[in-house]
Design a protein around this ligand. Structure first.
Ligand SMILES: [Zn+2]
Length: 415
């Protein structure tokens, strides 16, 4: 962790400033802490492989004991969750190899790590909508001079969408250490990862951010009222121009394969005490993005439309410029690779790759089948165009395939 993070980090339990306990074992270099113990008024927390772990779950306690004894590699094994020695060695060998991909590392983390459909994340309908909303709102309120936080941001797919909008680089906060570790290495290099509990007060000082978000996770938070209160506290100028965004939270009035503890639209509205949130059904936003290449935050969905939509988006801000139509934009200046969308099976015929849309299983198709609105059943691409993309050129024949997300801009070494 960079030392400047101390300016905004606070203990989640006593609110005190944190500092490195220099009398205990630590590894630090100039402006960064690699491993060590942080102390506040009430307790101590470990920094493991550069990531502060600011909660008191059993893995964090064990990792702290390892760090206190100078056993830094064992602290990392504990936080990654590779307890079995053979699994741990496989993880460490894969992590040490600079050529390893995100997919390789996920596989090496073993069966304890829930990899899910991460491979397909950058083209799934939930991501398409969230990315558009996130970039629309964050670019409006941050002006390149304020910082964003992605809470419960998992392995950082949407944190990546904030990289060129947030200054300093966005904070990625999640309870699950392996995911923020993966995000820092692959998905959102340069972000500031923090491991903390979304059901506890957030370990940051009031007003540290201009934009706070939570995507596809809010329904799993039990302390929802506290969570929204904390987002408001972190963006303490939400009334003056910052913004709070909750993407893809499930609707209690509809069925979902992975429900969590969702609320109805009226319940979500009541969580907000300082600002009245705008609530959108995801279906309307999805239509905006797919059919018009924009996201219209001036839309006012009817109560019926909200009550019948399985997923909702909430945006709270006093900045009226947020609530208008925004063109969908892509992050600029990130290191990336152009690759064929992994949802396509590839068959090479002569100098052409023939592509066929192929879902990993029926559960994926059930949940994300709406991607058919933009992903064609079949496509073909000249191998020469793929080679040009690999060199970083953008042949005109590939423009449409990029637009349709048949070819994707992915993080380097993603799969
Ligand atoms: Zn404390």
């Amino acid at each position: 962790m960079h030392l400047e993070l101390f300016d905004i980090l606070r203990c989640p339990y006593c609110g005190g400033r944190l500092e490195l306990v220099t009398s205990l074992p630590h590894r630090a270099a100039s402006d960064r802490i690699h491993d060590g113990i942080l102390g506040c008024h009430c307790c101590i927390f470990p920094v493991v492989d550069g990531i502060p772990v600011l909660h008191l779950q059993p893995s964090a306690i064990t990792a702290r004991e390892h760090v206190e004894a100078g056993r830094f590699p064992l602290a990392l094994r504990t936080m990654i969750g590779v307890d079995d020695a053979a699994q741990a060695e496989q993880f460490e060998a894969t992590a040490a190899n600079a050529q390893s991909t995100y997919r390789d590392v996920v596989a090496a983390m073993g069966p304890n790590f829930e990899g899910g459909y991460f491979l397909y994340r950058f083209s799934d309908p939930t991501f398409i909508v969230a990315n558009a909303v996130v970039r629309a709102v964050a670019s409006t309120v941050l002006h390149g001079t304020r910082r964003a936080i992605d809470i419960c941001g998992g392995s950082g797919h949407l944190t990546r969408s904030l990289m060129d909008l947030s200054t300093p680089a966005p904070v990625l906060a999640d309870l699950f250490f392996p995911k923020v570790w993966l995000a820092r290495r692959f998905t959102a290099p340069g972000c500031a990862p923090v491991c903390c509990d979304g059901n506890a007060p957030m370990p940051f000082v009031k007003g540290a951010f201009g934009y706070a978000m939570c995507s596809d996770a809010f329904q799993y938070i039990w302390t929802k009222r506290q969570f929204v209160g904390e987002m408001s506290r972190l963006v303490d100028d939400a009334k003056a121009g910052g913004a709070i965004v909750i993407n893809h939270t499930h609707n209690q009035l509809t069925w979902s394969p992975s429900h969590g503890q969702p609320l109805a639209p009226a319940g979500y509205r009541d969580l907000f005490e300082q600002l009245t949130p705008h609530i959108y059904g995801e279906a309307g936003l999805f239509g905006d993005v797919v059919d018009h290449g924009r996201v219209d935050l001036s839309r006012a969905d009817s109560e019926d439309a909200l009550n019948s939509d399985p997923a909702l988006t909430l945006v709270a801000s006093a900045n009226d410029a947020v609530f208008r139509a925004h063109a969908v934009t892509k992050p600029e200046g990130l290191e990336r690779e152009f690759r064929i969308n992994p949802l396509y099976a590839i068959e090479q015929r002569g100098d052409t790759a023939e592509l066929t849309l192929t879902f990993p299983d029926s559960a994926y198709e059930d949940e994300y089948g709406a991607c058919r609105r933009y992903l064609p059943e079949r496509a073909s691409v000249r191998l020469a165009d793929l080679d040009a993309l690999a060199r970083g050129e953008r042949p005109s024949a590939a423009t449409d395939l990029l637009e349709r997300r048949v070819i994707l801009e992915l993080p380097v070494n993603y799969y």
